[in-house]
Design a protein around this ligand. Structure first.
Ligand code: ADP
Ligand code: MG
Length: 162
């Protein structure tokens, strides 16, 4: 997906959907959390239940951190269309050679500097998988990674899981 021409913040061309884009830079924790925080407030303003907001924010935040600790640069983009939230996080970076391995709890290639900040427990992708409705990972080694997270904002009442 191309984010060309999009500005940070609300996209006036997005029609009724809420379409928002945030840049991320490798190594720069000052970018971390801007997208997930904006998403939280948008969802709260729409009256989305707190447990779904929590899940969406975990997914967005872990994906932001992954760009910052593993890649060179990227962006988080989210789109709210009716009852469907789509979060797309794309980066230029090393890519992921073995996605099955990367999904394993505790697997990490995080550099030492990230571990010094407390990151690199190898739980980010498994956590995203647990909290997302669907998670797709598209990665080209040496080029970059795109992950797409889809979350239903209005699941049936009996679908709640902690
Ligand atoms: N955006 C990314 N670019 C390159 N590699 C990634 C990316 N996201 C995840 N990975 C790979 O998958 C591994 C597991 O990711 P994750 O579960 O989030 O754990 P952690 O970030 O703590 O290492 C990472 O250590 C890295 O090897
Ligand atoms: Mg991670």
């Amino acid at each position: 997906m191309s984010s060309k021409g999009k500005k940070e913040g609300m996209d006036p061309d997005a029609g009724s959907g809420q379409d928002v884009y945030f840049p991320l830079n490798g190594g720069d924790f000052s970018d971390a959390g801007a997208g997930s925080k904006s998403l939280r407030s948008e969802l709260a303003a729409l009256g989305v239940p707190a447990w779904i907001i929590r899940r969406a924010a975990i997914c967005a935040f872990e994906a932001e951190i992954n760009v910052i600790i593993h890649a060179v640069a990227g962006s988080l983009h989210y789109l709210i269309e009716g009852e469907t939230l789509t979060i797309t996080v794309t980066d230029m970076g090393p890519g992921i050679e073995d996605i099955g391995l990367a999904m394993k709890e505790g697997y990490t290639t995080a550099p030492d500097w990230a571990k010094e900040y407390g990151w690199g427990s190898g739980m980010g992708l498994p956590n995203i998988k647990k909290n997302a409705g669907t998670l797709s990972i598209d990665s080209v080694p040496g080029e970059g990674t795109t992950i797409e997270i889809i979350i239903n904002l209005a699941p049936p009442l009996n679908a709640r899981q902690e």
